[in-house]
Design a protein around this ligand. Structure first.
Ligand code: GN1
Ligand code: MG
Length: 361
């Protein structure tokens, strides 16, 4: 892949392969991402997964609109973070479609940036949650109809359960028996659907990030303060509760998303409180009462729904998420369901924390 990039992709950017250093970057589950450095500069290069994103042009178009909007906000002093921007080719194209050999696009690399895989302190969680809140707030002035839904029904829990049911019915890899207990567990939690159905119609549609994992927010490695929000691939119309929930999902556990130490996969209360504080403060001017009320549902639904998606992919033979070992998706699913259980076990305490921020802001 590295040789291919050097010989077939870099020339589109007028970069001489002989002087470039190409290395894999990040831990994405879908696209292939590389850092390219050459004597005159550096950039992030990605091969988009067109199975997952069939309308890659729409994805690139969305990202351009979002970064343009945020850059304008930043230059007016109204957006506190740095903005990742598309890098066009020598012919000023936003992407290179090489057909079978991939759909490639580049984005700017931010110097002095550092990413975190597991949140260590409440301070870190608060900074990151505030940054994701600033991002959503910054986009509240952009007309949501300008953004194309690159994956329709992305965070639609009933649809994800239907996909799990289809995978169970097919059992194409003969993996059902060993994970039947997790399948049963997932289907025992359908009570969330009625909660969702009563809340969702009241929630405004906003441009959401839809993948607010801790490693999609960069810190400044000199100060460890928030620097930028990255990975605009799934920015689409949606509800803020899912962005809140994805932070809870990826910040609260002291273990990585694929850790098999399930007894340690617990939602940390101090981190949950810090997310509530950072996020609701940044969004205070626009957050509606119904949106505030939806946050606890978002916090539960995201680990459960991502767990369902991992389990579905395990049953389907690991066709969607990149895997690095046998049963990787099953292990991820077990991890996410354990985190969900830990959240449920602390429901009263966590709901009280959300109410506290309701009255404070
Ligand atoms: C995928 O590839 P990455 O890490 O940006 C997935 C998210 C999941 C996440 C789980 C398009 O994101 O929805 O929450 O893995 N993205 C897509 O870690 O499905
Ligand atoms: Mg992503």
């Amino acid at each position: 892949m590295i040789n291919f990039i050097g010989q077939q992709v870099l020339p589109h950017f007028a970069i001489d392969d002989a002087n470039a250093k190409i290395s894999p970057l990040g831990n994405g589950h879908i696209n292939d991402t590389f850092l390219v450095r050459w004597p005159q500069g550096e950039m992030v290069l990605q091969r988009l997964n067109t199975q997952v994103f069939p309308d890659a042009d729409a994805l690139v178009g969305n990202a351009t609109k979002i970064s343009d909007h945020l850059l304008a906000q930043a230059s007016a002093g109204q957006y506190p973070l740095q903005v990742v921007e598309p890098v066009v080719t020598a012919n000023h194209d936003a992407a290179i479609d090489l057909g079978e050999q991939g759909y490639w696009r580049a984005i700017s690399y931010l110097r002095h940036s550092a990413s975190v895989e597991v949140v260590e302190t409440a301070e870190q969680a608060q900074q990151a949650a505030r940054a994701f809140g600033d991002f959503a707030f910054g986009l509240s002035g952009l007309d949501a109809n300008q953004i194309i839904d690159v994956i329709p029904k992305f965070h639609y829990f009933p649809g994800r359960l239907q996909q799990l049911q289809a995978a169970v019915d097919a059992d194409s890899e003969g993996r059902l028996a060993e994970c039947q207990h997790w399948v049963d567990f997932a289907f025992s939690q359908t009570g969330l659907i009625s909660e969702l159905e009563s809340l969702e119609p009241k929630l405004p549609l906003r441009i959401c990030h839809n993948d607010t994992k801790i490693n999609n927010m960069l810190f400044d490695d000199r100060t460890m303060s928030a620097m930028a929000i990255i990975d605009l691939d799934t920015c689409m119309k949606g509800h803020l509760m899912y962005d809140f929930g994805d932070m809870v999902r990826t910040f609260c556990s002291p273990e990585a998303e694929d850790s098999t130490a399930l007894d340690k996969v617990l939602a940390r209360p101090d981190i949950f409180a810090a997310i509530c504080e950072g996020y609701t403060q940044a969004l205070a001017p626009v957050l509606t009462a119904d949106e505030r009320q939806s946050l606890w549902l978002g916090a539960r639904i995201m680990p459960l729904m991502i767990g369902v998606r991992f389990l579905t992919d395990h049953l389907n033979g690991d066709k969607y998420f990149h895997v690095h070992r046998e049963n990787h998706n099953l292990e991820r699913a077990a991890n996410q369901f354990s985190l969900y259980q830990s959240l449920l076990a602390q429901e009263a305490q966590f709901k009280a924390m959300l109410c506290e921020h309701e009255t404070n802001s």
